[in-house]
Ligand binder design. Sequence first.
Ligand code: IPE
Ligand code: IPE
Ligand code: MG
Length: 234
Amino acid sequence: MDNEYKIPNHVAIILDGNGRWAKKRGLKRSMGHKAGFDTLKKLSKYIFKKGVKTLSIFAFSTENFKRNKEEVDYLMDLLVGKFREILKQNNNTKILFSGRRTNLRDDVLNALEQMEEETKNNTECVLNVCFNYGGKTDIVDAAKKIAEDYKNNLIDINDLDEEKFGKYLYNSIPDIDLLIRTSGEIRISNFMLFQSAYAEMYFPETLFPDFKEKDFDVALDVYNKRDRRFGGVK
Ligand code: IPE
Ligand code: IPE
Ligand code: MG
């Protein structure tokens, strides 16, 4: 059944363009983040309804600490104060937090860990929130954990393969099928480097706050036209 319409199992979104969206309207950058949050709320509901099982979102990179304090604080406050609204509407969704758990405000870390705890038995879909996340640190931190296990005789290095390595990453989730970055930037910006090895990539020009359900439908159409060969011949 090769002509069947395919729904990707794991969709990842680098939600970009909030600042430019606000600037165009003469608003503060934080208002762009607020609008982006409202878009994410509706979009995540729609994406899960479409049958996607894992959704990863890049919400704050390790590099985003370079921004001014007001903007960083706003993004942290948004997570603590509003993120739960997304969980409430996506019933039976398990939330995972991927990122370094150091250098975060206590209330931010508590909010993330509480949401993980509250939803740990949910089975329908997974929302992987990449926060204080870097693709390189994901791999480096995994290597450190492996070294630790090796020291404690918990792992035979000869047994280490891609699958086992993947289990040491911040979260053990399937490879990305469809990676979307909004706002027209054509780069990964240190997002999930290991997990995007064979992702189909799509770079719409739309700024994230304007990326609506119908735009996701277009992304699905684009995905369905791609010929995924994984190095083989078709
Ligand atoms: C993405 O929007 C959100 C985060 C990085 C947190 P930006 O804030 O990067 O928006 P632009 O790229 O400046 O328009
Ligand atoms: C990537 O966007 C990070 C997130 C979307 C959270 P940035 O806006 O920070 O990336 P660059 O600086 O344009 O590469
Ligand atoms: Mg940006």
